[in-house]
Design a protein around this ligand. Structure first.
Ligand SMILES: [Mg+2]
Length: 126
């Protein structure tokens, strides 16, 4: 077992970030949050040793979740960090694109807190 215990939540909608944070804290994860892709990459670089998983919104201004994912997967040293994408609609093209870029899973908004919690556990146990 690794002693990593943090989940990074990146979404440009603050309400989503705080909601997700509340649910994940119920399962005793440490949470890190940010509102854009540039920050997400910075936090990942600084706190890589702590981060198990990134919950990453696809639709964000400036740097999209896809671009952030592409950057993460271009670095071998980040191989073991899991990434779940938040997609607004279950657009088939989004899921295909995310899979190609190396996403580990998808959560479609709107989502239920309990579904999110069990999905996160499932992805982390894979
Ligand atoms: Mg968004």
């Amino acid at each position: 077992m690794s002693d990593k215990n943090s989940i990074l939540i990146c979404d440009d909608e603050p309400d989503i970030v705080s909601l997700v944070q509340k649910f994940l804290q119920l399962d005793n994860y440490n949470t890190l949050t940010c509102s854009n892709g540039k920050e997400a990459l910075k936090i990942l670089e600084e706190k890589y040793d702590e981060i198990l998983l990134i919950l990453l919104d696809v639709m964000m201004p400036a740097l999209s979740g896809f671009e952030v994912l592409r950057t993460i997967r271009s670095k071998d040293s980040y191989n073991d960090v899991k990434v779940i994408l938040f997609t607004v609609k279950s657009f088939k093209e989004d899921i295909e694109k995310g899979t190609e870029l190396g996403a580990d899973g998808y959560v479609t908004k709107p989502f239920s807190g309990n579904e999110l919690r069990s999905y996160v556990k499932e992805i982390l146990n894979n």
